[in-house]
Design a protein around this ligand. Structure first.
Ligand SMILES: *Cc1c(COP(=O)(O)O)cnc(C)c1O
Length: 371
């Protein structure tokens, strides 16, 4: 059996007619830049996030960069984040002329460990970026307490966590701003690049809106340095078709995750650590990530059986060559480094079938029965 990490074509078949008719609307209207679909999807996603504002931008990386800039983060400022994330989180900090300061992860959730944040704060610290990794929100109460104590902005990198919640609170509801990515493989994926900032902070939202159009307000008057980073109208139209399905797709992901965890725990509890869902968290399983010893060997074995898996992420950001000048070394963040060696993400998408999951589970069992 061939099992991909995810399969977007099956989903397309279920929404194809609506998508094509929406795209036809956009092309007939000839409103290609910041038209009615962008406005609509900004409003809808802001409402879902319980925020006052939604600002559509070109991608999730720009969303972080623009949110930082709009929050006043700039030259010489420090921004605290996790080393165990996609490159863009720290890349955006550097692009905002600030310095990333890494903190180790909590080995249970793989999110930033709030108990280690205070030790990283200096008089240059301006913001904290928690990343809601794999679809589960970081411990926002603890993070917001620290942020309030030291007067810091919190920008949530929610690229992997649209639709998730924490103690009944939505992504973006508690912080200065949150950022989404609509990269095609994300839980709400466009058919190209896209991103959004959501915020309850009027000042940040207004500035972000100006930055995405070259810092121009009114037109041809430039008081801040912006650039061209807008959510594309066609992508917004596609997102408007997909958005109503997001809750049901999230529920399907959760069902598949529960099935994996139940079976893996009962058959392989000794070898496989399944994802831990913290009480009060609504995990949307952007990834279903296990941790195992012999990870690389298991990955090759599964590949030979037709099963795709991915490693998110094999090299922590504090050890990336491009960040060498920051001066970090192997051993600085032991939990992050251990996870980078043990993490393995299994196939996960709403349309995943039970037979496919059974096959994945059976093959992992087979691998460990020879150990
Ligand atoms: C995908 C992702 C991003 C970047 O989003 P793009 O839309 O690809 O620019 C940022 N942070 C995290 C954690 C991501 O997973």
């Amino acid at each position: 059996m061939i099992i991909p990490m995810l399969d977007l074509s099956e989903q397309y078949e279920t929404i194809k007619e609506e998508i094509l008719s929406k795209l036809d609307q956009v092309m007939s209207s000839s409103q290609f830049i910041l038209g009615s679909h962008v406005k609509q999807v900004e409003n809808d996603i802001a409402e879902m996030s319980k925020t006052k504002h939604g600002i559509g931008v070109a991608n999730g990386s720009d969303a972080i960069h623009i949110a930082l800039q709009a929050a006043g983060v700039g030259s010489g400022d420090e921004v605290i984040t996790t080393s165990f994330t996609f490159f863009a989180t720290a890349g955006a900090i550097v692009r905002a002329n600030a310095v990333p300061v890494f903190v180790d992860i909590d080995p249970i959730t793989y999110n930033i460990d709030p108990s280690k944040i205070e030790a990283a704060i200096t008089n240059k610290t301006k913001a904290i970026i928690p990343v809601h990794l794999y679809g589960q929100m970081a411990d926002m109460d603890l993070i917001m307490n620290i942020a309030e104590k030291y007067n810091l902005h919190v920008i949530e990198d929610a690229a992997q966590a649209i639709g998730s919640s924490y103690k009944g609170k939505q992504v973006g509801e508690m912080s200065s701003a949150a950022t989404y990515s609509f990269f095609p493989t994300k839980n709400l994926g466009a058919y190209g690049d896209g991103g959004m900032i959501v915020s309850n902070n009027d000042g940040i939202a207004e500035l972000a809106r100006v930055i995405r159009v070259h810092g121009s307000k009114p037109k041809y008057h430039h008081h801040v340095l912006g650039y061209n980073s807008r959510l594309d109208e066609m992508q917004a139209a596609i997102l408007s078709v997909k958005l109503p399905h997001l809750p049901a797709w999230g529920e399907n992901r959760r069902k598949h995750a529960a099935y994996y965890s139940d079976k893996l725990n009962s058959k392989l509890g000794k070898y496989v650590v399944v994802p831990f869902e913290v009480d009060g968290n609504y995990h949307v399983y952007h990834q279903y990530t296990i941790r195992v010893k012999n990870r690389d060997e298991l990955q090759v074995f599964l590949k030979d059986q037709g099963i795709a898996t991915m490693i998110y992420y094999p090299i922590p950001l504090h050890l990336q060559p491009v960040f060498k000048e920051l001066g970090y070394q192997t051993g600085d963040f032991p939990e992050t480094e251990r996870m980078a060696k043990e993490a393995l993400s299994l196939p996960m998408f709403p349309e995943l079938k039970k037979e496919q999951q059974d096959y994945v589970i059976q093959k992992i069992v087979e691998f460990y029965s020879s150990k």
